[in-house]
Design a protein around this ligand. Sequence first.
Ligand SMILES: [Zn+2]
Ligand SMILES: [Zn+2]
Length: 237
Amino acid sequence: METLFCDLHLHSCLSPCGSDDMTPSNICGMAMIKGLNMIAVTDHNSARNLPAAQACADAYGLLLIPGMEITTREEVHLLGYFPTVDQALEFSEFLRAHMPKKKNKPSFFGNQLVMDEDDNVLAEEDELLIGAADLSLGELTKLIREAEGVPVPAHINRGSNGLLINLGFVPEDLRLTAVEVWRGLPCAHTPQEGRVVLHSSDAHYLGDIMEADVSIDLPERSVGAFLEYLRRGRPAV
Ligand SMILES: [Zn+2]
Ligand SMILES: [Zn+2]
């Protein structure tokens, strides 16, 4: 078993609400300073900064979990974790066709920067990334699994875009095996029973990336082992 200190919900400068300092290179550098071993970059509805994140993570010896934070039709935030950057990119391209056709206004929403691993801006994403897809939570859960990913509702106990707050319950028919619980707020319900519970920072600024205080034990240091850990859920005690 290997103990990996992790932060599995991070926004890069591709998310309009993410700081321009959250470049893939800076995120990985800060993760190293914090003593993390495993991170996930999970931008809103796009995976376009994952290639740079992968290159930087590889250079530092960090394990990168390719991810995205998808907004469902119900305005629920759903994390998708994928086996490879290419699979995440493919899903991101698929999702693009299901997003509202609205252009970003950088002066209002913030920049959406696509970076390379050396902190150069490769492009600016012009479709606004923070809208909701025209796909339901149920549809997206299924689609993520079909793409070999694992769906994990984000910050379920948080007022904005949390599953419990939006829907009031965790739909059993979705067979969710993992949820993310926001540590800054109580979680009155116990939807986490039998499920893996993730605690992450949802950092939009470099300083908010977590200290090494949450860890996961995996049989080996690999994306596959992490996805299996999520899929299994937590055995009922
Ligand atoms: Zn969110
Ligand atoms: Zn987020």
